[in-house]
Design a protein around this ligand. Structure first.
Ligand code: ZN
Length: 681
């Protein structure tokens, strides 16, 4: 234990965060103090004596939660990368108060009146640029959160939000419980034919953990996909597929009435706040702006993908008939992944593992820094001796070509038991232009990549290399931000825009000259052999129309359920969505198919990806399109790099993202580049 007399490090954090000093016992007292300070600041803004100014109202609002955000961000981060029971307990204890404080901000009548009073001043009416946008967005956000409702309206809104929180939580629990309720035990080794050794070992281990004989399969993703992709036994594939597609549709875990109720509450909430549909409410401040535009976007892509989709399905059936004879039946849904894998192996003879020796971690990272130096002129240099949360973590400084300091970041790449899964970027401190110069940014990137073993360097898969580039793209969006208003800086942008800076980085992982910067055999130093590179490129677009249709189908049912769907006219939402999904499926869906009853993206939280699933495709269209400017001018073009930096990366949310995009491209987004890259044009 630290003895008393030491200050609580969470209360006094400057740029160099003392990760080595922070302890669980400090979390609750620090948060209590920071919350009380934030409440005090809120009351002070609400009760400003004398005339309202940008400084005493909007600037103060922008900074209102900064110390709380910073401390909470650090604790949340430590909980996800270096957790232990006391820290988790402390974090869980402070979460509800913090989130109640944040959600209460737009409902504070004094603050809302203060903002409206400022908007009416001559300074407020004459604001320009970033400050204008900040004021307008603040007013809209407060309205969308109910600031303008009367007392009865606010009460109803609160009741809707409480019920949505409860039933979406229940939705997620039902999915989890019904997924876990299924197990398939296979006793005969002959029934396992086709499965790769890793899947077999996992199934055996799963049985042993439960004190069972044989091989155990669940509906968790790795088991489910292994069975669907590799298992020769058609009847078992069918059994597992059917179990998977009816999850959460039987008592006591039936999500079907919950889906209907969630949709009803979301409709009511949208109406209460003055919107035609839930999609219009959610999308108002996103790039698509409304539901109809997002629907039109998906339908356009669908029409451009359908022909190739039908061809792919015919080719797959022909492939089956080549190997099984002309009388082989049409494909059922539980056959598609299985025959597709056989077809892929026959067509491409490409083993992803063959690439690993060319991707040693340190070379990849050095190549990435070299690339961003060429594109943006920035220098990334490691600094040792900085306090970190784990000895594996590295720290880097980023400087401009003039030597000006832009900020720093931590990189934590390998899995540990005290760290959560996945890969992500986070901004710990948002800097930017300030009256006294420039405040540097601080951020981090984390992953769970292949770790070094047996004295060899960490050898990555190509997908892992893409992950590093992707997360670094988010980090650049943060570190290169030149926005004065904190709430509009860096990655604080619309959901359907935020993946542009990250996904565009993945393009360089597919270009030979870029790969040659870093893809060198870890022992011989040789570049990737040309035939291996060609195989990798060709295999990339295998069944890309089917993949795209799948994503478009999910995006479209999401939007249609949150726009056009009416329970009186369209009946049961599960059947409604099955009818629709049928158009996007390579094989006829069975009548009991109820995929949306387990679609946690849409129904596992009050908003989540609800009316926002299209964003995945939207961002792909943007990044593929934007990358054409690099492709056409040279993928290391400093000129295009400088434009992308100043017009996109530096701007955060300080202008409408559609305007930013037009500013960089000189026109509206065009899906052609994505279709070409996917072999669909
Ligand atoms: Zn991302």
């Amino acid at each position: 234990m630290q003895n008393s007399g030491h200050a609580n490090p969470l209360l006094d954090m400057d740029f160099r965060i003392p990760f080595d000093l922070i302890q669980a016992a400090q979390v609750e007292p620090a948060m209590a103090q920071l919350l009380s300070q934030a409440r005090g600041s809120l009351a002070a803004i609400a009760g400003v004596p004398g005339p309202r100014t940008f400084e005493n109202t909007m600037h103060a609002l922008d900074n209102l939660t900064e110390p709380l955000d910073r401390a909470l961000g650090v604790v949340r981060h430590l909980e996800s990368v270096a957790t232990y029971p006391e820290l988790r307990a402390a974090f869980n204890a402070v979460q509800p108060q913090a989130s109640a404080f944040y959600t209460g901000i737009p409902l504070d009548a004094g603050l809302w009146n203060g903002i409206k009073a400022f908007a009416a001043t001559s300074e407020g009416t004459q604001l320009k640029g970033e400050r204008r946008r900040f004021l307008d967005k603040t007013v809209e956000t407060f309205r969308r959160h109910g600031a303008d409702l009367d007392a009865a309206g606010k009460k109803r809104l609160e009741a809707i939000d409480v019920e949505l929180t409860q039933i979406t939580t229940k939705f997620g629990e039902n999915v989890l419980d019904s997924t876990n309720a299924f197990e398939l035990l296979i006793a005969r080794e002959a029934d396992l034919a086709g499965l790769p050794p890793t899947a077999l070992a996992a199934a055996r281990e799963s049985a042993v953990r439960k004190n069972l004989d044989g091989w155990r399969f669940t509906l968790q993703a790795p088991d489910y996909f292994a069975v669907m992709t590799y298992l020769d036994n058609h009847a078992i594939r069918r059994q597992v597929y059917e179990a998977f597609s009816v999850r959460a549709t039987a008592e006591p875990r039936d999500n079907r009435p919950i889906v209907a109720r969630i949709l009803e509450l979301r409709r009511e909430k949208a109406e209460l706040l003055g919107y035609g549909t839930f999609a219009d409410l959610v999308l108002e401040d996103r790039m698509a702006h409304n539901g109809a535009r997002a629907v039109a976007f998906l339908e356009d892509l669908k029409s451009k993908t359908e022909r190739r989709f039908q061809e792919e399905n015919r080719e797959l059936l022909e492939f089956r008939r080549e190997i099984e004879g002309p009388q082989a039946p049409a494909l059922e849904p539980w056959d598609v992944a299985y025959y597709a894998e056989k077809q892929r192996a026959a067509l491409y003879d490409f083993d992803e593992e063959a690439l690993r020796p060319y991707f040693p971690m340190q070379r990849v990272v050095a190549g990435l820094f070299d690339l961003v130096n060429r594109l943006y002129g920035i220098h990334v240099l490691e600094e040792t001796g900085v306090p970190v949360w784990d000895p594996q973590v590295r720290y880097y400084n980023v400087r401009d070509e003039t030597g000006a300091y832009l900020g720093g970041f931590y990189a934590d790449w390998y899995p540990r038991e005290n760290k959560r899964g996945g890969a992500w970027m986070d901004g710990l401190i948002t800097g930017g232009p300030a009256p006294d110069g420039f405040n540097p940014h601080l951020g981090l990137i984390c992953g769970n990549l292949t770790a070094p073993v047996g004295g060899k360097p960490a050898l990555l898969t190509h997908r892992e290399v893409e992950t590093i580039f992707h997360e670094f793209g988010h980090l650049l969006h943060h570190l290169l931000s030149r926005v004065e208003v904190r709430s509009l800086a860096g990655t604080n942008v619309a959901w359907d825009f935020v993946e542009l800076p990250s996904q565009i980085m993945e393009n360089w992982c597919w270009e030979r000259p870029a790969l040659d910067l870093f893809a060198c055999h870890w022992e011989t130093g040789a570049p990737i052999p040309q035939d291996l590179f060609q195989k990798m490129k060709r295999a990339r677009n295998f069944r890309s129309a089917a993949d795209q249709m799948r994503q478009l189908g999910f995006g479209l049912i999401d939007l249609l359920m949150h726009t056009r769907y009416s329970p009186e006219r369209d009946g049961d939402p599960v059947e409604y969505s099955r009818r629709l999904l049928q158009e996007f499926s390579p094989a006829p869906l069975p009548p009991q198919h109820a995929m949306i009853a387990a679609f946690t993206h849409l129904f596992g939280s009050p908003v989540g990806y609800g009316a926002g699933y299209y964003s995945y495709k939207w961002a792909e269209v943007l990044e593929a399109d934007a990358f054409t400017r690099f492709r056409d001018r040279g993928i290391f073009s400093r000129e295009i790099g400088a434009e992308f930096r100043s017009k996109i990366l530096a701007k955060g949310d300080s202008e409408d993202p559609a305007d930013l995009y037009r500013g960089f491209m000189g026109r509206e987004p065009d899906p052609r580049a994505l279709l070409e890259r996917s072999g669909l044009a």
